[in-house]
Design a protein around this ligand. Sequence first.
Ligand code: BEZ
Ligand code: FE
Length: 333
Amino acid sequence: MPDARSDTAFSARPAPVRAGGELFTEERSAEVVAASFTGTPDPRLRQVLGSLVHHLHAFVKDVELTEDEWGVAIDFLTRTGQMCSDVRQEFILLSDVLGVSMLVETINHRTGGTSTESTVLGPFHMVESPRRELGDDIALDGKGTPCLVSGQVTGPDGEPLAGAVVDVWQTNEDGFYDVQQPGIQPAGNLRGLFTADGDGRFWFRSVVPRYYPIPDDGPVGQLLAATGRHPNRPAHLHFIASAAGYRPVTTHVFVADSPYLDSDAVFGVKESLVRDVPEVDDPDRSADVGLPNPFRTLTFDLALLPEDSPEVSARPAAQPADGQPTVVRGAPS
Ligand code: BEZ
Ligand code: FE
């Protein structure tokens, strides 16, 4: 009688017959779990979940995640969810500081160099910005360095887009949006919805934007602190420009001499969006525009793509035999 624990006894045991799939092992964990999703009816959901499982399992294996670390991650994500409310979206903030928001934005708004580059929307946009007339002063609290902001909205070939709509918002001199300081700043301070003139031109009075920290009193702020990262964004003015028949662009103009231009907490800076804000010292001009002398000027032109222009795709037409995708920047689809 052979010892029941001998190799012979084990190898002689017939393999169990299973109706289902392969059992979980460390080596094949990703394949086993991904296989459980292969019956997903929606092909895109099936693709996304399969890829997610493979990358997630590769990550856990790469760092050999401990049970304590798994617990810390679950607690962090739980607190991130608990921080969310009608006016606070901590998960988007997490996506922002991990660079995922910018990556999604950039993949989905490739311009191929033909139009104004986009950047993150951020959490401080108002669905209904106050309507303003060209030339209005949006600095309702009267604080800050006076600045004339102007530009032209065009199509990709420079054709003016008469009546384009330009939505703008920025922080005040202290680095806060009006919605962060109700009762301190007037509602609608440093915001405006403008209609461009017949040449697509817009202009308004404001103040030079200032750098400011993203909300860092929650789990995302703790993540930044634990990793020695600062929470600041360089000085910028937000824009959404739109015109009938053209794709809207959500972007910022960044102030060239601002701190944090090369270390934006949310990775929003693109070289093409940085502008000087020179001083004008000219009493006649200041009287013309209705600002005290001297004042600063910020010029930002925006080019929009027609709605029906072909998508700019960085995806290769087909993957090479080794399965490694080749990224071809700006390649047409
Ligand atoms: C903002 O620019 O308003 C912003 C963007 C991302 C996260 C936080 C703030
Ligand atoms: Fe901002």
